[in-house]
Write a protein that binds this ligand. Structure first.
Ligand code: NDP
Length: 304
């Protein structure tokens, strides 16, 4: 039986490290780091994510500024707001909460953010620096996963790592960071043939796909470490009965509440094969927020 890789506990450790960094800044007479969060529209899930980020700011001593603008905001208005925040010397980090309402170009908005304030690490400049192994603001999810692996004592040198998913925000940067730490990395995606066999080669398996319970226990190499980035809401009982066969509590919640959150990995099955598995929720989600706080501190240090 594997152990639960408690992302929340590791996130708390990272937040504590950030708090120490913020206090050290204040002790030198410098102001607290400041994160500006831009929320366009009223998407309920985005509101929850923004609340979580603002709460983490408060816990670490980072100042947060919320800019809530209506869903009717035009691209030009959104970019004007980003320009204003780019030019504001009191702002160290800018985060535009995704997804944006229909009609807005998320990529253009993200590319408008000054690379020095790009705490999500999505700007091509920061992604290029990561590609070259140079210091940069790196995407929060993979960089916080790396810190958790380090704190957990996972040695990556010479290990086979498989990253499921090739997005610019998770899969690709995750693969680069694992490569940097000397893992032998395979990136798998929707066109990969024989995905189960590819996954079974992994000493470290990172799933960032967005398909509930796609990774079955039989896809996992015995003793592997499994990081489940996916966050999926399941409402379909037939699907739940299939993917939660080894996780009766999830199935009960689905039946009782009509919906339940889960990852890309069948957690109950994975726990029977792997050495450690991150749960969903309570795994990579809190780590991502901790990574954002770390990036905000890093941006403020670089900006002076
Ligand atoms: P994207 O949709 O951008 O990318 C998904 C990737 O999965 C793509 O590369 C796609 O392949 C691949 N994929 C999709 N279907 C399959 C399949 N059937 N078999 C193999 N590969 C497949 O998603 P993100 O990277 O943005 O996010 C992935 C998941 O992680 C989502 O559930 C998201 O909610 C979650 N997430 C969680 C975070 C957290 O803090 N915990 C942070 C960010 C994301 P292809 O390129 O070929 O289409």
């Amino acid at each position: 039986m594997g152990s639960i890789l408690d992302g929340k506990a590791y996130a708390d450790r990272i937040l504590a490290e950030v708090k120490v960094g913020v206090e050290a800044r204040l002790a030198k007479g410098r102001r607290a780091p400041c994160l500006a969060v831009v929320l366009v529209g009223e998407d309920p899930a985005s509101q929850v994510y923004v609340r979580g980020k603002v709460k983490a700011c408060a816990e670490t001593g980072i100042t947060s500024l919320e800019h809530k603008v209506p869903a009717t905001t035009s691209q030009a208005e959104l970019e004007a707001l980003i320009d204003r925040l780019n030019g504001d010397p009191g702002v160290d980090g800018i985060l535009v909460q995704l997804p944006l309402p229909k009609g807005l170009d998320a990529k253009a908005a993200l590319h408008r953010i000054s690379p020095a304030k790009d705490v999500d690490g999505f700007h091509p400049m920061n992604q290029g620096l990561l590609f070259q192994g140079l210091p940069a603001l790196r995407p929060c999810t993979p960089s916080a996963v790396m810190r958790m692996l380090e704190l957990h004592g996972v040695s990556l040198k010479g290990q086979r790592a498989v990253v499921l998913g090739r997005s610019e925000i998770v899969g690709k940067p995750m693969a680069l960071m694992l490569l940097e730490q000397h893992a032998t990395v395979t990136i798998a995606h929707s066109r990969t043939s024989d995905l189960p066999a590819v996954c079974r080669e992994a000493d470290l398996l990172v799933a960032a796909v967005g398909r509930p319970g796609m990774v079955e226990g039989s896809w996992i190499k015995p003793g592997a470490v499994v990081i489940d980035v996916g966050i999926n809401r399941v409402e379909d009982l037939a699907l739940g009965e299939r993917i939660f066969a080894a996780e009766p509590r999830k199935l009960e919640t689905l039946k009782a509440k009509g919906a339940v959150l889960c990852g890309d990995v069948r957690f109950g099955e994975a726990m029977q094969v792997a050495s450690a598995v991150t749960p969903v929720p309570g795994g990579v989600g809190p780590l991502t927020i901790a990574g954002l706080m770390r990036n905000t501190l890093q941006a403020s240090e670089a900006l002076g």
